[in-house]
Design a protein around this ligand. Structure first.
Ligand SMILES: [Zn+2]
Length: 585
């Protein structure tokens, strides 16, 4: 009975309305960051919030780009001008300037600023919490940017609200793992703004009036005690901004704190309670490790008074999303049956040349339709390619799919408006371990606009940098295998880094080989991936004292639910424990 009452109260509480701002363009169009940070955080969080009904679709809002006059109220004119240059943005986002599409990148940032402003207006109107799924750009000062923050959305929103007549006191509760240097620079002189910060690093003195607590390496207990103390010092605000940073999680590359997901949820619940009945805008701040999107989902759950979200083992937000999209695709559209031409008919009757079908199923327009539905064409467009074209044909190795496009808006003559290969794969059905699987004979994802640099070093076998779409493409291939009734997706990694990219989903078919691969990962973990891949490719790695040559064996992601048997597991474990790799200089 008590349990029933409790769940009724929870359900009732879960009906607290939460308005959320998001745009598909919140994903920063920066393929060079793909290997280092998760750029799909806002999308993953949004999909989970909608799927779990924490967020109602009618409470989801699309932001508008913030105006130039609004940005100019906070930022220095010369500095804003410098944000039109790839070199400035390349430094702020730590990517090679060659890959930057300035309008697209600043478009995403300005959308986020517009989201923070709209969320603040809504919060003030109804005296409650709202959330923007990108924002909290706290490292942007009046005339400087850094750490993925070109302009300061909090300062811009406050300046805009002031021009609209809002006079009240503002509290900024900055719970990102880094200090609010830019926000302090923009706002510390405003006596009606209080800034409280709890972070894991001290970057030098902040202006007077910033309440700063630094707790390097703190776990849940230490962090929450410091937060409790900070909350008692927060003056009651008319409007609060909460940067509910995801980089406080243990294992974040850039944060220096060690919190658990459960601890971060308690953080958000404490803050939500302290600000109950007041206008507050919640922003994600930093946090780009693979689990950081779960922090954002947790913040929303805390705001609606729900339970902390739990996740099934191995839950992959992208697979969940792609599975839902696949279910909504019309098979006859994928086969292109609606656009059957006379030649197709002749081909089927053996009288002429048939338009090639991928794996005997997908027609060219069907492939293009699917690439659009899964968002891949849009991403190619956003990272700077137009006139996209899908070509299907046959090669001796299997059926080939290519996506070609032209680099748009490129000033340098390297590309010269020519058509370039962006995506190419060769696919075949193949028998592996007694089952018919989708075998990827060849796959390349190419970003010919971009150049290699210190931030994205050239990996063995790479001619040009990648597109940052490997995760989408591998999910897409799983959906193809499912649709064709195949047992899995496999490939033969030619390099350490290609095996590494598939390590979560794919396993080597041979258990001893899987054991050696895991041992190699374990023993070379001290090196950055690029250096480890280079060492293996150059023959500078030894296995139990003898020179080791990379073994390009079959790896498969089984989608028919099969698991290795006990004997295979025991063999894998035995090899894993006993194999020892070392790098020789
Ligand atoms: Zn941070």
């Amino acid at each position: 009975m008590l349990e029933k009452l409790k769940s009724w109260i929870r359900a009732k509480a879960a009906r607290v309305r939460l308005d959320v701002w998001h745009s598909p363009d919140y994903r920063l169009p920066l393929p060079g960051l793909e290997a280092r940070i998760e750029l799909r955080r806002a999308d993953f969080a949004l999909w989970a919030l909608l799927e779990r009904r924490v967020l109602s679709p009618v409470r989801l809002h699309t932001p508008q780009r913030i105006s130039y006059p609004a940005m100019a109220r906070v930022h220095d004119r010369g500095y804003l001008e410098s944000l039109t240059l790839p070199a400035t943005l390349g430094r702020i986002f730590a990517v090679d300037p060659s890959e930057l599409v300035v309008d697209e990148l600043m478009g995403a940032v300005r959308l986020a600023c517009g989201g923070t402003l709209a969320a603040a207006r809504e919060a003030l109107r109804f005296q409650r919490a709202t959330m923007n799924l990108l924002g909290g750009f706290h490292h942007a000062g009046r005339a400087s940017g850094g750490g993925l923050c070109p302009v300061n959305d909090l300062a811009i929103a406050i300046a805009e609200l002031r021009t609209e007549g809002f006079e009240g006191r503002v509290a900024i509760l900055d719970l990102d793992a880094h200090p609010p240097d830019g926000t302090a620079d923009c706002l510390a002189r405003d006596p009606r703004v209080w800034i409280g910060s709890l972070s894991g690093a001290h970057w030098g003195p902040l202006p007077d009036g910033v309440d700063e607590t630094v707790i390097t390496g703190a776990d849940d207990q230490g962090y929450l005690a410091a937060l409790e103390s900070l909350l008692t010092r927060m003056p009651p605000p008319a409007l609060a901004f909460v940067i509910a940073g995801g980089d406080v999680l243990a294992g974040d590359r850039m944060g220096r704190l060690g919190m658990s997901l459960a601890g971060v949820f308690r953080r958000d619940r404490m803050v939500a309670a302290a600000l109950a009945g007041r206008a507050s805008v919640w922003l994600p701040g930093g946090g780009y490790q693979p689990e950081a999107w779960k922090v954002l989902v947790g913040s929303a759950c805390a705001l609606v008074g729900g339970a902390p979200p739990s996740w099934p083992r191995g839950h992959d937000p992208m697979r969940a999303r792609f599975t839902a999209i696949a279910a909504g695709l019309d098979p006859s559209a994928l086969r292109g049956e609606l656009t059957l031409t006379l030649e197709d008919l002749e081909g089927d009757l053996g009288g002429g040349r048939a338009a090639p079908r991928l794996l005997g199923y997908y027609g060219p327009t069907g492939v293009e339709h699917a690439l659009h539905e899964y968002g891949i064409l849009d991403q190619l467009h956003r990272i700077g390619y137009g006139e996209l074209r899908v070509v299907l044909d046959q090669t001796p190795g299997g059926d080939r799919l290519r996506v070609l496009g032209r680099a748009s808006g490129v000033a340098d003559g390297r590309l010269g408006g020519r058509e370039d290969l962006l995506l190419e794969c060769v696919l075949a059905r193949r028998q592996v371990a007694g089952a018919s699987i989708l075998f990827v004979e060849w796959l390349t994802l190419r970003n010919p606009r971009a150049r290699f640099g210190p931030s994205n070093p050239q990996l063995p076998g790479q001619e040009v940098p990648g597109l940052g779409l490997a995760r989408e493409v591998s999910q897409l291939l799983e959906q193809v295998a499912l649709r064709l009734g195949l047992a899995g997706v496999g490939f033969r990694p030619a390099w350490l880094h290609t095996a590494w990219a598939g390590r979560h989903r794919l396993r080597f078919v041979d258990p001893a080989r899987q054991g050696r691969f895991r041992a190699l990962m374990r023993d070379l973990a001290v090196l950055p991936l690029g250096q480890a891949a280079r060492a293996v490719a150059d023959g500078r790695v030894r296995l139990d004292g003898a020179p080791y040559q990379w073994e390009a064996d079959d790896m498969v992601a089984w989608i028919d639910g099969r698991e290795p048997d006990a004997a295979a597991r025991a063999l894998e474990e035995d090899v894993f424990v006993n194999a020892h790799f070392e790098v020789v200089p």
